[in-house]
Design a protein around this ligand. Structure first.
Ligand code: SF4
Ligand code: SF4
Length: 83
């Protein structure tokens, strides 16, 4: 299963990633980071639908998302921005 990791202290809650996700995986959470922004998360009921396309990571202006893609029979690899 592919998945994303949100680096919450980098996120400014602009929701560009949510708009870019073709699977509707990303949603605003109730958490507020130390900069006062409401951060995004992979919604619990949708996160298993992540296809690892990395569109979210590509559009994020703050490099706040890492994408871990899990191709069939291949070890997990990182495809999104590296920290
Ligand atoms: S695009 Fe980046 S900064 Fe904007 S909400 Fe998504 S993770 Fe946060
Ligand atoms: S990698 Fe693709 S499917 Fe997964 S959360 Fe990001 S945009 Fe959505």
């Amino acid at each position: 299963m592919s998945r994303i990791e949100v680096l919450e202290e980098r996120c400014k809650g602009c929701l560009l990633c949510a708009q870019a996700c073709p699977k509707g995986v990303i949603a605003q959470s109730e958490r507020i980071n130390q900069h006062g922004y409401k951060v995004v998360e992979a919604a619990a009921e949708k996160k298993e639908e992540c296809i690892g396309c990395a569109f979210c990571a590509l559009v994020c202006p703050d490099v706040a998302i890492h994408v871990y893609r899990t191709p069939k029979n291949v070890k997990e690899e990182e495809t999104g921005h590296a920290g």
